[in-house]
Design a binder for this molecule. Structure first.
Ligand code: ADP
Ligand code: MG
Length: 347
């Protein structure tokens, strides 16, 4: 995606004022949900109630902590910010319907730059069928802060919690793991090379897969739809934001169970495996500990597993065990190793 719009023109935020800015950013977000009664423009949004439970999730993203604008195009950032919130709603086996977006910006950002951010958000809202219904806009002394709240709905008995996996449940993971982590490694490496020698052009042309996984992850709403079609409600589900090992541990701790997963069953793309080897990293370590893949990990009743095991992108990786068995990783040699959480931690 190009940022030409920004380089051609630079409108100062101050020249529009707060209301003008909000107007500029939030126009052209067509509403798609019948549960949205009033979106942007009043003191509060108005949503239609229903017999379903509401599922609400909030994320806060701080420049320099959660994203680096040196290599993160604003459009992608907007897309990813919405996708990550929708992913949290998917992880509850629910459907996101509305989002609110709050931003704090310094005058380093032009109106055009913020428009790019909202272009990405608009695209994500369309893809995930969610309405932007409100937010807040304020100034910051330095940098960009984005807070998004996603609101979803689901029948109460179909919501999947982290805390209700049972020993004997089969563990499935969707998609392919490790790609986002390797994409980040690539971008960080290019950034360092650039800082050392600004005349070097980034060499990312052959790395679209991993870079794309990091810059433009997708929420697995399709997986929630597949589960519904199959008539399966996972006993527990979580989205992989920190990495398979830490996120599996969250399910195990909250459900008071153990687990055993098999290394060779962890899905990884050929591209990611090759890239890991290029970085002299163990591909499985990238798949286990790399974060931000936003795939779904679920614990499913073994009686129901046959209904989903052949669905596209569903991979059986192991089983839930009683708590005293601990959390173990089975290697190719059949050896069991206790697993440690080594995912991303912000603190
Ligand atoms: P208030 O002064 O009551 O907080 P605002 O002027 O901040 O109202 O907001 C006016 C309307 O614009 C509200 O509907 C609010 O939800 C919406 N809004 C404000 N900032 C944003 C934003 N960054 N993104 C989306 N909607 C926003
Ligand atoms: Mg306000």
């Amino acid at each position: 995606m190009s940022e030409s719009k920004e380089s051609i023109q630079r409108t100062e935020i101050g020249s529009l004022g707060e209301f003008g800015l909000i107007q500029r950013l939030t126009n052209n977000f067509p509403l798609q949900q019948s549960t949205t009664i009033k979106a942007v423009g009043d003191d509060a949004a108005v949503l239609r109630g229903s017999d379903q439970a509401m599922v609400v999730s909030t994320d806060l993203l701080v420049e320099g902590v959660h994203f680096d604008l040196a290599y993160f195009p604003l459009q992608h950032l907007g897309y990813k910010a919405i996708a990550c919130n929708v992913s949290d709603i998917c992880a509850m086996n629910a459907y996101a319907e509305q989002v609110t977006v709050s931003i704090a910006v310094s005058n380093r950002f032009s109106v055009e730059a913020l428009e790019l951010l909202y272009d990405g958000m608009r695209h994500a809202c369309k893809v995930y069928n969610v309405d932007l219904v409100g937010g807040d806009t304020t100034s910051s002394l330095r940098g960009l802060v984005i807070s998004i709240t996603a609101i979803g709905r689901q029948m109460e008995h179909k919501i999947s919690y982290r805390a209700s996996a049972r020993p004997g449940d089969y563990l499935f993971v969707t998609g392919e793991l490790g790609g986002a982590y390797l994409g980040l490694q690539l971008l960080e490496r290019e950034k360092q090379l650039f800082l050392e020698n600004p005349s070097i052009q980034p060499d990312l042309e052959n790395q679209r897969y991993a870079v794309g996984k990091f810059l433009k992850p997708e929420a697995r709403k399709d997986v929630v739809l597949w589960l519904e079609k199959a008539g399966v409600v996972p006993h527990a589900m979580i989205d992989l934001s920190d990495g398979l090992s830490s996120d599996l541990m969250h399910i195990c701790q909250q459900s008071q169970i153990g687990a055993e997963i098999t290394e060779s069953l962890i899905p990884m793309s050929e591209e990611a495996k090759l890239l890991a080897l290029k970085f002299q990293l163990d591909p499985f370590v990238c798949a286990l500990n790399g974060g931000e893949d936003y795939e779904l990990l679920m614990a499913v009743d073994p009686e129901e597993a046959r209904k989903i095991q052949f669905l596209p992108g569903f991979h059986y990786i192991g089983e839930c065990k009683p708590q005293q068995s601990g959390i173990q990783l089975k290697t190719d040699q059949g050896k069991l190793h206790p697993m440690k959480a080594q995912g991303w931690a912000h603190f």
